[in-house]
Design a protein around this ligand. Structure first.
Ligand code: 1GP
Length: 228
C-alpha cells in the first residue's frame, strides 16, 4: 500500500452518506491510491467503523481524516488531522487539537498521524462556515500560506480546499511554486477526468469526494486521468 507521500489520487468517502456495496467495490478497485474516510456532519463512531470494515475487504490504503474526536478508532493505515490555516475561529487552528491531545496524546506515538494545513477557499462550503474561514485570498496570500505551512510549521501536507465547487487553478499553481517539502493536496468539485488532470498537473494529490455519490462512472474516470 502506498504511503501518503506517493498518493496521486484519493477518494474521500463520507461515513454519513450511504454507498452501495457495488459502488464501494468500484471505488476500492479503481486503482485509486487511498480511500480517506471523512466528512463534516453526522460522523459517528458507528458509521466510521462500518465504513472502515467495508473498505478493509479490499487491498487499498485507508486513512481517517479526523473531524470529530468521538469517531476516532484504531485500525486505519494513517490519521489525517486538519488545521485550518485561514480559519477565523482559532479553535480550528489549534484549539480542538490541544483538547484532543489532552485525551489522546499517547496515540500519537503509536499511530501514523499527519497534520494537514488547510486553506479553505469556497465561501459556500460547510467547512468554511464552521471555521469562519477567510476565503477571500489573493495569489500572494496563497503563496504565503503555502510557505508558512511548508517552511515555518513544517506541515507534511498543504491542502487547497474548494469542497463542493471546482476551484481556481491559479491558486493551486501559486501554492505549487511556494512548496518545497510539503505535499500539495487539492480537493473540490472534481467531476470529470479533464478537471482531474488539470488540478493534478500542479497538485501532488487530488481528492475526489461528492461525485462518488452523484455519478460513479465519472468518479472512476478521474482515476484514469492521473493513473492511466
Ligand atoms: C472535500 O476536498 C474534498 O473535503 C473533495 O471535494 O467533495 O467537492 O469533491 P468534493
Amino acid at each position: 500500500m502506498l504511503s501518503y507521500s506517493e498518493w496521486k489520487h484519493v477518494f474521500k468517502l463520507d461515513p454519513a452518506k450511504a454507498i452501495s456495496d457495488e459502488d464501494l467495490e468500484h471505488i476500492c478497485e479503481s486503482g485509486t491510491d487511498a480511500v480517506v474516510v471523512g466528512g463534516s456532519d453526522g460522523v459517528t463512531l458507528d458509521n466510521t467503523l462500518n465504513l472502515l470494515a467495508r473498505v478493509r475487504r479490499f487491498p487499498v490504503a485507508c486513512a481517517l481524516e479526523i473531524s470529530n474526536i468521538e469517531a476516532v478508532t484504531p485500525g486505519f493505515d494513517c490519521y489525517l488531522v486538519p488545521t485550518v490555516l485561514n480559519a477565523g475561529d482559532a479553535r480550528w487552528i489549534t484549539g480542538l487539537h490541544q483538547e484532543a491531545l489532552k485525551e489522546m496524546g499517547p496515540a500519537l506515538e503509536q499511530e501514523k498521524v499527519l497534520a494537514e494545513g488547510y486553506c479553505i477557499l469556497n465561501p459556500d462550503a460547510k467547512a468554511a462556515a464552521l471555521t469562519e474561514a477567510k476565503t477571500e485570498q489573493t495569489d500572494e496570500d496563497i503563496e504565503a500560506y503555502a510557505a508558512m505551512a511548508d517552511r515555518l510549521f513544517h506541515l507534511p501536507i498543504f491542502y487547497i480546499e474548494y469542497s463542493g465547487t471546482y476551484g481556481d487553478v491559479r491558486m493551486v499553481q501559486e501554492a505549487r511554486k511556494a512548496l518545497q517539502e510539503a505535499r500539495l493536496f487539492y480537493g473540490g468539485g472534481i467531476r470529470s477526468k479533464e478537471q482531474a488532470a488539470e488540478m493534478a498537473a500542479y497538485a501532488d494529490t487530488i481528492v475526489v469526494g461528492d461525485i462518488v455519490y452523484e455519478d460513479i462512472k465519472k468518479a472512476i474516470q478521474t482515476v484514469k486521468a492521473v493513473r492511466p
